[in-house]
Write a protein that binds this ligand. Structure first.
Ligand SMILES: Nc1ncnc2c1ncn2[C@@H]1O[C@H](COP(=O)(O)OP(=O)(O)OP(=O)(O)O)[C@@H](O)[C@H]1O
Ligand SMILES: [Mg+2]
Ligand SMILES: [Mg+2]
Length: 558
């Protein structure tokens, strides 16, 4: 239906004063502005009345009920068979629910008349989701089927950027769980926090919601519960329709199951049983009126009637632009046959302009986000690259240092780094074959570097403390090579050579005689220098030294 506009392009309502009804003074009192800081649960629709008869499960508590599954079951209407839930994290033998085992509950997002909604993190993929858990247990098979029907509706809806995305659903211990994408907040929560929306945002959200509704109406689906509490804002500031619990499908006999939505947003023709797409347009119009004018919508009475007779209180709508007022008037047309349709609204010039502008903004936002994430990725790649290059440079420098300082015959020409006077205590120490079987002692292995010297004649290794003389020793992985002969004597076994190489890593440290002897009380026989060397060797056997170790071996073989 075309929007009611005159030749000037203005709505009659914007220029002609609305005839004030005789009862206006009384009627005025039926509309009020929203009060700030109202508790969230204030807007909840009434709960269904409690049954006077206790449920069968109370009368026969131990009777087996086919609908009360002991195990979690996947709920899906795409496959005819009920499937058990699959998750690599779920352990059937544990008492915790599937929900607790597979999700980390972060906080409660909200509560409706059917369920409580939690913000959760999936332990499986680490992402954030919303999970709605039915508030009450199934009271019987028909109650279960009624609740499970919401899942079927989610599946019917399919994917659209302006509809809340369904992920999966399951039932466990007579409760239904529905996992959906997580949104920032509902439009109602947003308005409670930030007050009425500026008109630019109202247009943008109206455009998003009309697109979502267009997707539903194309599939002959009626939402039937459009209101700010069921409209969600995504993290990218797009608006989405959610909560498909009351959705109806035209032409498939589901109209007999129709339930009334919130009376504040309800189209008047629903009282006569006229379920059409126009009812959604009316509810959306009411929601927009509420958020744009900060108006408390009446649940009944005179104000409720007036709004459904095409009367929009000017004291609330005075601040709206004529375009928005004319769109609202078209959406809130009392006669559902004359009411604007989603198609006609989306093809109106003003909404086409908004839609173009909206697409441009969303696309540029998405582009900026993509560029930012690429930059972030590049930055982390560069950091890793820089760390790798620094490490390599460090390592190459170390190798170069060691090769420039390695004498041709370490036994005959002792390195200037080695202070032989410091090695007197260690001269008779040697590595035996059992060194790797010795226990590790609790000393600080990295604090005092030492150098092992190989005596060609005896085939023995001697430790020499170089703590004072060799600051360059620390960064160099092969600095101890000076004590390793290039042409080892035949008595020197390969094993002992490898061990000496092990000990030549910078992690090899000297343990003072005192500290070792202080351990004597526990094992007196261990106060022996060869064991000290062993201990050092064991400390030196760390993955980061492996590279230098093999480097040394290869240098030796050369
Ligand atoms: N995907 C979501 N992301 C963020 N918040 C959500 C999400 N789903 C629901 N909520 C919050 O939980 C509230 C209740 O959720 P929902 O409307 O789905 O429950 P309901 O019991 O079906 O409500 P109703 O009474 O409208 O039928 C919402 O108003 C909203 O505040
Ligand atoms: Mg809801
Ligand atoms: Mg609902």
């Amino acid at each position: 239906m075309p929007l009611p506009q005159d030749a000037m392009g203005d709505s009659p309502l914007s220029r002609t004063p609305i005839p004030v009804p005789a009862f206006f003074k009384d009627a005025e009192c039926s509309f009020s502005r929203k009060r700030q800081g109202r508790p969230f649960c204030y807007t909840l629709p009434p709960r269904p009345p409690a049954k006077s008869v206790p449920p069968i499960s109370r009368i026969f508590p131990h009777r087996y009920q086919s609908w009360s599954q002991p195990r979690p079951q996947s709920v899906s209407f795409r496959s005819p068979e009920q499937q058990p839930l699959h998750s690599r994290l779920y352990d059937e033998s544990r008492r915790e629910l599937f929900f607790e085992q597979c999700f980390q509950r972060i906080c409660k997002l909200g509560r409706g008349s059917f369920g409580e909604v939690y913000k959760v993190r999936s332990r499986e993929d680490g992402r954030l989701y919303a999970v709605k858990r039915s508030m009450e247990h199934f009271r019987g098979e028909s109650d279960r089927q009624r609740k499970l029907a919401e899942v079927q509706k989610h599946e019917r809806v399919g994917c659209h950027p302006n509809l809340v995305r369904f992920v999966q659903a399951w039932e466990e211990k007579r409760r239904l769980y529905i996992q959906t994408e997580l949104c920032e907040a509902s439009l109602q929560q947003h308005c409670e926090e930030y007050g009425p929306l500026p008109e630019s945002k109202v247009w943008a959200f109206l455009c998003d919601l009309l697109r979502g509704l267009h997707h539903l109406h194309q599939r002959h689906l009626l939402h039937m519960d459009i209101k700010p509490a069921n409209i969600f804002l995504s993290s990218h500031s797009t608006c989405k329709l959610g909560d498909f619990g009351l959705m109806l499908e035209l032409g498939c006999g589901s109209l007999s199951d129709a339930q009334e939505g919130d009376p504040r947003y309800m189209a008047p023709e629903l009282l006569d049983g006229e379920y059409t797409k126009a009812a959604d347009v009316f509810s959306l119009g009411m929601s927009i009126l509420e958020i744009a004018c900060n108006m408390e919508l009446p649940k009944g009475g005179e104000g409720w009637q007036q709004l459904r007779q095409g009367y929009l209180p000017p004291e609330f709508t005075a601040s709206l632009s004529p375009e928005l007022l004319s769109v609202l008037t078209a959406m809130l047309e009392p006669d559902h046959k004359k009411r604007a349709t989603v198609d006609s609204l989306l093809s109106s010039p003003v909404l086409r302009r908004v839609a173009m502008w909206r697409s441009f903004i969303l696309n540029s936002q998405a582009g900026i986000n993509r560029a930012l994430s690429v930059c972030q990725w590049l930055l982390s790649f560069l950091v890793v690259l820089w760390m790798g290059v620094t490490w390599l440079a460090h390592w190459l420098l170390g190798c170069w240092n060691s090769s420039s300082k390695t004498p041709s015959s370490p036994a005959s020409t002792p390195t200037p780094l080695i202070d032989s006077s410091m090695s007197s205590d260690w001269e008779d120490d040697s590595l035996g074959d059992d060194v790797f079987d010795l226990p590790v002692k609790a000393a600080s292995p990295r604090s005092l570097p030492c150098i092992l010297q190989y005596h060609e004649g005896t085939g023995d290794l001697h430790t020499q403390n170089n703590i004072q003389n060799s600051p360059e020793v620390f960064p160099c992985p092969s600095v101890g090579n000076t004590s390793t002969p290039r042409n080892p004597s035949p008595e020197c076994s390969i094993r002992s050579r490898k061990r000496s190489l092990l000990c030549n890593s910078p992690n090899v440290s000297r343990i003072s005689q005192e500290s070792l002897c202080s351990d004597e009380s526990s094992s007196p026989s261990t106060c022996h220098s060869s064991r000290f060397v062993d201990e050092d060797c064991q400390h030196a056997f760390e993955p980061k030294n492996l590279l230098s170790m093999f480097e040394n071996v290869s240098m030796e073989q050369d």
